[in-house]
Design a binder for this molecule. Structure first.
Ligand SMILES: [Fe+2]
Length: 520
């Protein structure tokens, strides 16, 4: 074989040839010598030779080669056996098979066993260079491909982790939001509408209903809903026991209101999870007290495990909150009852004021109803009315019971009772309007009242209502210094002070409510 000039040019694309190590394995000495000489001429500094597979294995024990050129047909150990004996540690980077008897099966077998390329004898020396370049290119491509694949895999993993992270953040944010917003619900009345609103937000749904469980009647009573106008508060559903005696909801109800397509009955005593519906039981100390149904997930999506997990969390937290509120409500009721009893006791000491606050509250309630005030306002009058004069606890008895005219100082003393009252009830958590009943029930429409000198609409409405009821009862009951004024006279007095002491609209409502009794 002749070394042609062109073939002596360095293999540029392979970089530093001086650092390459090549092993040539062939039983023909002339071929070994020609290849060794050619490879040195290419600039490769380490070229070793071996006469068969056995010697090659010996050489491979002490040196790590980049290229291995090997014949297939050799005595003692042929090329195929050599390939089979190469372990992964001693395996050169690239193996190029040289054979004079090309059989496709042999070549394929050699490639399967790790050969990168093959040369058919006789070949030109520059074919060595071409083969090395080709193998190098293949390795570079394979390496690039491997790197790209690895990067793609890493990118996928990062995206997956990001998705998981985003889902975790959403979940934690929702959990925090549930805890945080529940801690701000401090009235039982607000709790159930909060529950509905939160369930719809958490599950991205459009329909939800909270039912109380009626253990005696084995039924459900709707308490609060959204998106289900045909299920008003108080709507009752009888439960059908199934064969295992598990409680369940009549499937017709689900079909009608939640567009369910399944026939299965919905058990209410454990969380149930259907594509179109989520059913979450609410328990206090293991006892079932309610169930929430959520349906109409947006964009026709199905409910997920995450929805179920979050709703269970909401149910558990709410149960704790309901327990606390019930405890608080009962404490609050006790305090109200105690203070109410205190007011009654004070009023009872003076025969002229006995039961005054209770009567005032009743008249105020009738006026509020005649004015079409909402239920909430009536409830406020019921809670704050009996306590409107509780501040009188702080006023000396001799002033309260004084039959004659009060001195200026005594009158100032009496005028302090609304503010003393507000101070006494402040720990009860009354709302602004309830407090206003106690603070402002002595304000006058013309601004000449006390303690704040408010005028007209500046005076909170419930205080204006109680003021009329208070004045009416004061006129209509006996006093130490006079007998009760006749009923008709009291009404005339209210009318006379319409627009001066009293809100004209409240007087009109009071006259409407009281007049029928004036003929009794
Ligand atoms: Fe008063």
């Amino acid at each position: 074989m002749q070394i042609e000039a062109a073939a002596r040019a360095p293999i540029e694309i392979m970089g530093d040839l001086g650092s390459l190590k090549v092993l040539v394995v062939d039983d023909e000495a002339s071929i070994r010598e020609a290849l060794e000489s050619y490879l040195y001429h290419l600039g490769i500094s380490t070229v070793h030779t071996a006469q068969n597979g056995k010697f090659a294995l010996e050489a491979l024990k002490t040196e790590k080669y980049d290229y291995l050129f090997m014949d297939l047909m050799m005595p003692e150990m042929d090329g195929m056996e050599l390939l089979n004996n190469l372990d992964s540690n001693g395996r050169p980077m690239s193996i190029i098979v040289m054979t004079g008897y090309p059989s496709m099966e042999k070549v394929i077998e050699a490639m399967r066993n790790g050969a990168s390329d093959f040369l058919i004898k006789p070949f030109r020396l520059q074919d060595l260079k071409i083969s090395m370049e080709r193998v190098h290119r293949l390795h570079s491509l394979a390496k690039k491909n491997w790197i790209l694949k690895r990067q793609l895999e890493q990118k996928r993993q990062v995206e997956k982790l990001n998705q998981e992270l985003r889902a975790k953040i959403r979940e934690k944010t929702l959990l925090y939001d549930i805890i945080d917003s529940l801690s701000r619900v401090n009235r039982s009345d607000d709790l159930y509408s909060y529950l509905i609103q939160k369930a719809l937000q958490v599950c991205d749904a459009s329909k939800a209903c909270f039912f109380l469980y009626d253990q005696e009647k084995k039924g459900l009573i709707a308490l609060s809903q959204k998106g289900l106008d045909s299920v008003p508060p108080g709507h009752q559903i009888a439960l059908e026991p199934d064969h295992q005696q598990n409680r369940c909801i009549c499937p017709d109800f689900i079909k009608i209101h939640f567009n369910g397509t399944y026939e299965a009955k919905i058990p209410i005593d454990h969380p149930s999870f259907f594509p179109e519906l989520l059913s979450i039981p609410f328990r206090i100390r293991q006892e079932l007290f309610g169930v929430m149904l959520i349906g109409g997930k947006r964009n026709g999506a199905a409910f997920s495990q995450e929805d179920k997990f979050l709703m269970n969390f909401l149910a558990e937290r709410t149960a704790q909150n309901i327990e606390n509120l019930a405890l608080y409500d009962s404490l609050k009721e006790n305090l109200f009852a105690t203070l109410g009893a205190l007011v009654s006791a004070i009023e009872a000491r003076d025969p002229y004021t006995r039961q005054h606050s209770q009567r005032v509250t009743q008249v105020a309630l009738r006026i509020a109803q005649a004015m079409d005030r909402p239920f909430e306002d009536c409830r406020r009058l019921e809670s704050s009315g009996p306590l409107h004069d509780i501040g009188k606890i702080g006023i000396d008895d001799h002033i309260l019971k004084k039959p004659g005219r009060l001195t200026e100082e005594e009158f100032k003393n009496i005028q302090a009772h609304p503010l003393i009252g507000v101070h006494i009830v402040s720990p009860l958590g009354l709302d602004e309007q309830e407090l206003a009943v106690i603070r402002n029930h002595h304000e006058r429409w013309d601004g000449k009242g006390y303690p704040d000198g408010l005028k007209g609409d500046e005076i909170p409405l419930l205080a204006r209502i109680l003021s009329v009821a208070d004045a009416f009862d004061a006129m209509n009951s006996d006093r130490a210094y006079r007998k009760a004024l006749p009923f008709k006279h009291c009404i005339d007095e209210l009318i006379k002070n319409r627009g001066a002491q009293f809100d004209p609209k409240v007087v009109d409502a009071a006259v409407q409510v009281l007049e029928p009794y004036s003929h009794e």
